[in-house]
Write a new protein. Structure first.
Length: 258
């Protein structure tokens, strides 16, 4: 039996509900804020009933919002255990940093060929990061502004697919970076580090900029591992775990902690 025709006044999309979608988005955004501000620790169980009561929304709305966080890599869903705040491990941190270094360095090396709009986005993102740092922004604001710079580096490649990949990789470590930012409180130093990369690019030293970028990411990896209270094993162990990888990308240059 065919479905009844849609009401003429409502049209074919009369069943769509913007309000429901907006509520899900708001719940997801509030949970993100709590995660980035460190109010919810890694491994914390995100229980639908408790969250629904706390935020005054339906349990189904919370379920959809949690699904969004899981898709973004900010939470994990396990059988019989439900949804939990994502916990970074050593292997994940190192793997994501390796991938980011390849993708971001590829973008930086396209500086001369990139269109002016992409280059201007890099400049603008660094200036925006400096502004947030100067205004003593929240951890969430600092982390977001920080990652926009790295997204802009990838944007220099002019590839929508690379940009999408970079965004996915960044999502996996956003919580780790936010935790590092809360611990280090060195936003001004980070601004100078990124500005130094841009200055090299403006001066035509593309390989130097790429090398600085790889060093910067290796330092970020070490800081995230420190935040996870992970100590490299063995004398002379490289905390970043990227010696050969750095050499491939940036040449035989010493590590510099930016």
């Amino acid at each position: 039996m065919p479905p009844p025709p849609a009401d003429a006044d409502e049209g074919p999309f009369g069943s769509l509900s913007l309000e429901h979608s907006s509520t899900v988005d708001k719940v997801a955004e509030e949970l993100r804020r709590a995660l980035f501000e460190g109010e919810l620790d890694p491994g914390t169980a995100l229980r639908e009933v408790a969250l629904a009561e706390a935020m005054g929304v339906a349990r189904s709305t919370v379920r959809e919002a949690l699904g969004t966080l899981v898709a973004e890599g900010l939470a994990t869903r396990e059988p019989h255990r439900g949804v939990q705040v994502a916990s970074l491990d050593v292997a994940a941190v190192r793997d994501v940093v390796r991938a980011r270094a390849v993708v971001e360095a590829a973008g930086v090396r396209r500086w001369a060929e990139a269109d002016e709009g992409a280059r201007e986005e890099v400049r603008r993102s660094v200036a925006a990061f400096a502004s947030v740092a100067q205004d003593a922004g929240t951890s969430a604001e600092l982390t977001a502004a920080h990652l926009v710079i790295h997204q802009a580096f990838v944007g220099l490649a002019g590839s929508a697919r690379l940009s999408a990949l970079a965004e996915s990789l960044s999502a996996e470590v956003r919580l780790g970076l936010a935790r590092v930012d809360r611990i280090r409180r060195n936003a001004e130093e980070q601004v100078h580090s990124h500005q130094r990369i841009v200055d090299r690019l403006e001066a035509g030293d593309v390989e130097g900029a790429a090398a600085d970028l790889v060093d910067h990411l290796a330092d970020a990896e070490e800081s995230m591992l420190d935040a996870l209270e992970v100590t490299p094993v063995g004398p002379g162990a490289d905390p970043a775990g990227l010696p050969d990888f750095q050499e491939d990308l940036a040449g035989s240059r010493g590590r510099r902690h930016l």
